[in-house]
Design a binder for this molecule. Structure first.
Ligand SMILES: [Zn+2]
Length: 164
């Protein structure tokens, strides 16, 4: 290991020298969903939007945008509190949520729950399970009244199906 003096570090190591003003990478954002649809109101009130987007796995963002493009009729509702709806815990969950589970994909920004206005949950879930190559990043699907999808790794290339 080479130890550099401060001057060597500053002069000769420009490629790796951290630039404190330039290291903020722009987060991946959804084309179709607002951040309020993906985090709770408490979280929304706590942090800058750019930081909130960093809590959402980019694979999940890619997947929900794909979902919107494939199921393009009507609306997809994740969290709905932004327009006074009752869904508040359908994206990232924090420890103060009564639905919080340490092992949940919701706790690590890798899962959403949603409902569709123009499709039944079963229709969408069956389509995903029948066409897993169209949603290559979905690793988990829950069988429930709502659609739960998450981007955990698949097992042996297969989507994990589970029950609440
Ligand atoms: Zn869920």
């Amino acid at each position: 290991m080479q130890i550099l003096t401060k001057r060597q570090y500053n002069d000769g190591n420009k490629t790796t020298r951290p630039n404190i003003m330039g290291t903020f990478k722009h987060p991946t954002k959804s084309k179709y969903f607002k951040i309020k649809e993906l985090v709770s109101l408490e979280l929304y009130n706590l942090l800058h939007e750019d930081l909130l987007w960093k809590l959402i796995d980019s694979e999940l963002i890619e997947t929900i945008d794909k979902l919107k493009e494939v199921f393009n009729k009507g609306s997809i509702t994740i969290n709905s509190y932004a327009w006074s709806g009752d869904r508040t815990q359908s994206g990232v969950r924090t420890k103060n949520s009564k639905y919080y589970r340490e092992s949940s994909q919701h706790s690590i920004g890798k899962a959403i729950d949603c409902v569709f206005s123009a499709y039944t949950t079963e229709e969408v879930r069956d389509y995903i399970l029948d066409n897993p190559e169209e949603f290559p990043l979905i690793g988990g699907v829950e069988v429930a009244d709502w659609l739960h999808i998450d981007v955990r790794p698949r097992i042996d290339g297969k989507i994990i199906i589970f029950y609440p």
